[in-house]
Ligand binder design. Structure first.
Ligand SMILES: [Ca+2]
Length: 559
């Protein structure tokens, strides 16, 4: 989910920072490796000179910020790269401490951007798109990032143990830092230091993150509307009931031996869904423009009359139905949307949700051993043990939810109380950010099997309604781009490479609304397509579905 530790940019250089979700490495690339050059004079225009040195720069740090290392970095165009800590405090909580990296370019453009981090945080690897990292580097942005107040163990893929001191005793400081406090406190400190370093003010400040980084983006805009002029929230984990909802899927798997979907089954589903839904947008091109309009009859896939191949068991279809149907409260109201169908094998749905073929199936009715299983199962398990139930020995299968679509009110209240500090699903909280003319670009992969893309659509729709009641037109400040065929923050055979930071900069600084963002295919750069601000979608108006100029953003019917 959150995932969260996903960005396209990490593996090419700072490989040591990338310990999670190794399979995503090809998508996530940190822009560069850090090369130590030594203490060298750094020219800042012709006005001042700074030495990239801990001793020299430390007096510039605001109270509570300490610098631990300073190095010039060739890969960052000779920028001065600082690491250190910021003391986190406030709001009646115990003090904490968060690590940071701050990159200060030689040719600064008076802009500052803060990167989000993935998963349960704990490292300094940006969870953003490769395009945005490139844009920041090329355009002279100062960049910051925080580990959100704890250090993740290198031996675990998903870890929420930082949130619990011992059974029944939450670590309130570490939990608050992860959920909201560290991002803000480090933001304030790094912005202040940046101004002191250059001796000039910051003209524009931006936040950019995907997955958990998208959640950080939303929380910043909602809780600290003055921190940033513009925000990018990709595949945001804005609704933390996500983990609750996922429990249903994994219990369906673990409770019935014939319910598990293998790679061959998911390929069957992918082919069936594409056949049923590709042409709903009017073009047979392997791209389902509107996953929300795709509702094939899954029961037609159930084996009949002795059929054993090319079909699914009733249990497997039941798992798919659990995955694609919403979670409800006792009144029958949707409290978390279902997931889309299709593109599963192109977007690593096995790793996220269904389990790779080499993953052993536990004995019926038992959970996967801790720290194993699909990523989302691990997120569910860690969230329950260390945040909701506050008991590392808790039994996943005994949790009183997941056997049906409905969560009872007592379960829901306990769950919400445990995660509410970090939740961003209430659109009314975004209104102050809009009142001060902040700009927000959201995007979400329409084939995301980690965080439901339909949650971002629901948020956007609810935001429009909330804004109307507050004499606002949120569509003037918020643009949501749904990305057909893209998985969680990245991945897929459709065009999934795009630059949101340039779009946000143009919108914020020059008032240019992002009428479209051009995406190109990761594997075929000549294959391009526009992404359109919801509720618009791309419509082919020329001849080639592989050429962005042949598409136009239009309002889709029934949206
Ligand atoms: Ca199509």
């Amino acid at each position: 989910m959150f995932y969260w530790r996903v960005t396209m940019f990490w593996s090419r250089g700072r490989g040591y920072l990338w310990k999670c979700i190794a399979e995503w490495r090809e998508y996530l690339v940190i822009a560069s490796s850090i090369a130590f050059i030594g203490s060298t004079q750094l020219a800042l225009g012709s006005e001042s000179v700074r030495t990239c040195n801990v001793k020299v720069l430390s007096p510039l740090a605001p109270v509570g910020m300490s610098i631990e290392s300073a190095q010039l970095d060739d890969a960052e165009n000779g920028a001065c790269v600082l690491t250190g800590r910021v003391k986190t405090r406030s709001q009646g909580l115990p003090d904490g401490s968060a690590r940071f990296t701050l990159t200060l370019p030689r040719d600064w453009s008076h802009r500052f951007v803060f990167w989000g981090v993935g998963g349960y945080g704990g490292d300094l690897s940006p969870a953003v798109t490769e395009s945005d990292l490139h844009t920041a580097l090329q355009r002279g942005y100062a960049t910051g990032i925080t580990d959100t107040g704890h250090k993740a163990p290198t031996t675990k893929l998903v870890d929420a143990s930082f949130a619990l001191k011992k059974a029944g005793l939450p670590d309130r400081a570490a939990k608050a830092d992860y959920y909201f406090r560290a991002t803000h406190d480090v933001t304030v400190a790094l912005k202040e230091f940046t101004k002191a370093y250059y001796g000039m003010s910051i003209r524009y400040s931006y936040f950019d993150g995907c997955s958990n980084g998208g959640r950080q983006a939303m929380v910043e805009a909602e809780q600290y509307p003055d921190d940033y002029d513009g925000v990018i929230a990709g595949d945001p984990a804005l609704d933390l009931r996500l983990e609750l909802s996922d429990i249903r899927v994994h219990k369906a798997y673990l409770s019935h031996p014939d319910s598990r979907l293998w790679g061959r089954d998911l390929t069957l589903v992918d082919n069936y869904v594409l056949k049923q839904c590709d042409e709903l947008d009017g073009v047979k091109d392997g791209v389902i423009q509107d996953a929300g309009a795709c509702h094939p009859d899954l029961a037609a896939l159930i084996c009949r009359g002795g059929q054993t191949t090319g079909c699914l068991t009733a249990g497997q279809v039941n798992t798919l139905l659990a995955f694609t149907s919403p979670t409800l409260n006792e009144k029958g109201q949707e409290i978390y949307p279902g997931f889309p169908l299709g593109y599963y094998m192109q977007t690593r749905a096995q790793q996220w949700q269904f389990g790779t073929d080499d993953l052993p199936t536990p004995p019926t009715g038992q959970p996967w051993p801790e720290d194993t299983g699909p990523y989302e199962y691990q997120f569910d398990d860690q969230t329950l043990k260390y945040i909701v139930l506050q008991n590392p020995e808790a039994d996943f299968m005994a949790y009183p939810f997941g056997d049906s679509q409905t969560a009872n009110s007592a379960v829901l209240k306990d769950y919400d109380d445990a995660v509410q500090e970090g939740d961003a699903r209430d659109p009314r909280r975004l209104l102050p950010f809009l009142h001060r003319n902040g700009k927000l670009i959201m995007f979400h992969g329409y084939a995301d099997t980690s965080i439901s893309p339909f949650g971002s659509i629901a948020f956007y729709r609810e935001l429009l309604a909330a804004g109307k009641q507050d004499s606002l037109a949120p569509q003037s400040n918020v643009a949501l781009f749904m990305v057909p065929g893209m998985g969680h923050c990245a991945g897929g055979a459709t065009p999934t490479i795009f630059d949101t930071l340039s779009a946000l900069q143009d919108w914020t600084e020059r008032g240019v609304f992002p009428h479209q963002i051009i995406a190109v295919s990761e594997n075929a750069p000549e294959y391009s397509m526009p992404l359109c601000p919801y509720p618009q979608m791309a419509k082919l108006t020329g001849n080639s579905p592989h050429r962005s100029n042949d598409w136009t953003c239009t309002i889709a019917p029934k949206r």
